[in-house]
Design a protein around this ligand. Structure first.
Ligand code: PHE
Length: 332
């Protein structure tokens, strides 16, 4: 090609090297090595080995010179910065990434488990009527939980819910059975905070209303829930209990996942861990929401959420959840 013959490549290389050693490094690179440079054009036209070797040699030497010059300029820039009092070698301030609160993580996990079993996830209000929190749930006038010493009343008719069970009532009033719902959320009770008591904590309510379901379905559902949370070898048991809105009422225990039921400090050497209340929807509750108890059956349970986090991570103090010390919360 013409340019190959026309160009004095030794002179080209000298000019390029001197331009590269100047301050306008990028301009020099574009001019002598860029796509439109004489060198690049000549290389595209090369047909014989000898010219190829000659031009590739020029190219390799110029590229090496550019790299070397880059390092030199960078070093000079750092020195200049250091002289001006800026030390570019000091590590930057790390930007810490935010994360979901441990209880939010667990709540979402619980929602996932129930979604997987075909349940609908609800988010009920924390301010409810006295009727929803107590009357509709068959709780008689003299029940101690109604006391102003135990419950945060906003006025005579409204309060901060003491349990997620009012969502059962809302679900049955607004849905036509069959109903399969879970509702996780915050509840409030007057309590002096300590390691195991808190004026606010979270529960997950579960309600199933259908035809032809039995206590075995309740047991199976709870077992599946705990197996997903604590591992496939967990077993559950029911103990008789009392709640005004379920009959019969039970308390669920799960085999200790730390000692496998052999007995340890976490399960207080019983092999079982208490998880919360459950039961068979009381016919009176069905009547209150306008469902025929001869036609429909149902079960419900309400289990604590903090407890799951505490057991799983060996957390000794409930207060850690709302004191919001990122040194603790950041570990999960
Ligand atoms: N609401 C009850 C509690 O707070 C738990 C519960 C829910 C019991 C549903 C039975 C059925 O202790």
């Amino acid at each position: 090609m013409d340019s190959l013959a026309a160009v004095d490549w030794a002179a080209y290389e000298q000019q390029a090297l001197s331009a590269i050693s100047g301050d306008a490094l990028e301009d020099a690179r574009v001019k002598y090595l860029g796509r439109k440079s004489e060198l690049a054009q000549a290389l595209r036209g090369v047909r014989d080995k000898e010219s190829g070797m000659l031009l590739n040699g020029v190219k390799a030497r110029l590229e090496a010179a550019v790299t070397a010059r880059e390092h030199q300029l960078e070093l000079a820039a750092r020195r200049a910065a250091a002289d001006s009092g800026v030390d570019v070698t000091i590590p930057g301030t790390p930007v810490t990434r935010g994360r979901l609160h441990l209880l939010t993580q667990i709540r979402r996990e619980i929602e996932d488990i129930f979604l997987g079993m075909g349940y609908e996830v609800w988010d009920g209000p924390e301010v409810v009527t006295v009727w929803e929190n107590f009357d509709a749930l068959n709780t008689d006038q003299g029940h101690p939980s109604r006391s102003k010493l135990d419950t945060f009343y906003l006025d005579d008719d409204t309060l901060l819910r003491t349990q997620t069970s009012p969502d059962q009532i809302k679900a049955m009033l607004t849905r036509t059975p069959p109903i399969y719902m879970v509702s996780p959320g915050r509840v409030y009770r007057r309590d002096t905070p300590d390691a195991t008591h808190s004026p606010t904590f979270q529960q997950v309510e579960c309600l199933a209303v259908d035809r032809g379901i039995t206590l075995a379905d309740l047991r199976g559902t709870v077992q599946q829930y705990f197996r997903q949370l604590f591992g496939p070898d967990r077993d559950v048991r029911m103990r008789t209990s009392f709640f005004p809105f379920t009959e019969p009422s039970v308390e669920f225990d799960v085999t200790c996942f730390l000692c496998d039921g052999r007995g340890c400090a976490v399960c207080k050497h019983s092999g079982w861990i208490e998880m919360g209340g459950a039961g068979w929807v009381d016919p009176d509750v069905f009547r209150t929401v306008g469902l025929d108890p001869d036609d429909w059956q149902g079960f419900a349970f309400g289990f604590g959420i903090e407890r799951i986090a505490m057991l799983r991570h060996g957390l000794p103090d409930l207060r850690a959840f709302w004191e919001n010390d990122v040194r603790i919360l950041g570990q999960f």
